[in-house]
Design a binder for this molecule. Sequence first.
Ligand SMILES: Nc1nc2c([nH]c(=O)n2[C@@H]2O[C@H](COP(=O)(O)OP(=O)(O)OP(=O)(O)O)[C@@H](O)[C@H]2O)c(=O)[nH]1
Length: 138
Amino acid sequence: MQTTDRPITEVAAGILIDESGRYLLGQRPEGKPYAGYWEVPGGKIEKGESVFQALKRELHEELGIDIESSEELTVLEHDYPHAYVRLHVSVIRNWNGIPKGCEGQALSWEILGSEKPSVEPLLPAAWPMLERLKALLT
Ligand SMILES: Nc1nc2c([nH]c(=O)n2[C@@H]2O[C@H](COP(=O)(O)OP(=O)(O)OP(=O)(O)O)[C@@H](O)[C@H]2O)c(=O)[nH]1
């Protein structure tokens, strides 16, 4: 893990995997840093929240789904010009509801085994998440 003097933004990201083996990406809406970039759904962990609580809240706000459990995949850090982020990445295989873009964002279901996603650009820190996912599944 890297060290930094910058404040660390703790983020929870959730890779939804559906029954046909696809995973979900969302496009960052206008008004956020890196608007238009594709990412794994999630957001900042608020004070007092666990990673799971933040994930549950964010996925409800962003996708309108309810998750009951998640599996921890990895923790990654990335030094952006706008923030130094620590991403707690989980895999989610069960949820209630049908994911939709509640914040007006586009969604794309991607094939797990494919070389790269069908959409671009991806947030820089989303790439190592997908590499970890590939390693887990192969
Ligand atoms: N959700 C998500 N965030 C990511 C990914 N990769 C990555 O570097 N990030 C970074 O993690 C941070 C997440 O913040 P966010 O802007 O999505 O969080 P939020 O929804 O709570 O934002 P808000 O403060 O505008 O409400 C951003 O700095 C974003 O650049 C990713 O794959 N998914």
